[in-house]
Ligand binder design. Sequence first.
Ligand SMILES: Cc1cc2nc3c(=O)[nH]c(=O)nc-3n(C[C@H](O)[C@H](O)[C@H](O)COP(=O)(O)O)c2cc1C
Length: 169
Amino acid sequence: MVSKVLVAYGTTNGSTAQIAEAIADILRKEGLTVEAMPARSVTNLESFDAVVVGGGLYAGRWHKDARRFVRRHARELSRRPLWLFSSGPLDASASERDIPPVPGVGRTMIRLDAREHVTFGGRLEEGAKGFIARKIVSSGKGGDFRDFRQIEAWSARIGSELVKEPPSS
Ligand SMILES: Cc1cc2nc3c(=O)[nH]c(=O)nc-3n(C[C@H](O)[C@H](O)[C@H](O)COP(=O)(O)O)c2cc1C
């Protein structure tokens, strides 16, 4: 059985961090030891048996902390069970259908042999950083489109896969 799981995330406005915490909570309920951490503060993966990496989407790309994380730890990630998620769409689309990864994340999936990727809805609300973010919110196109039932269902599947996993060598 896999014993320790890292959930690493790249976030600007905090909503991807909350998704990562929700994933970590579900994995703990499955009996796993889990740490959710900002991707940029992870120094090495030695103590982790499996990894989930997520990033907010900005202009068609993963948050830079998530991109740097998968570049920096590519070798270790490719040897561990790995799942990826993105968080972005500011509408209900991510709850209604599978949204494929943006091209860069798609390439990362292949390169690191990730087991699965999912796109969750995003959140952009009052107080978000940046001119464009504030424009989107003031034009009424913001909101919270994260579907925590969907997030929990995805996490529970990861958890049940990991508890069945043979110990890593
Ligand atoms: C400048 C800007 C660009 C964005 N670009 C995208 C995008 O390309 N695709 C997408 O689905 N969402 C996009 N979004 C929505 C964010 O991904 C969404 O708000 C997400 O939840 C942010 O995550 P964070 O709070 O963890 O930073 C964008 C938001 C902003 C402010």
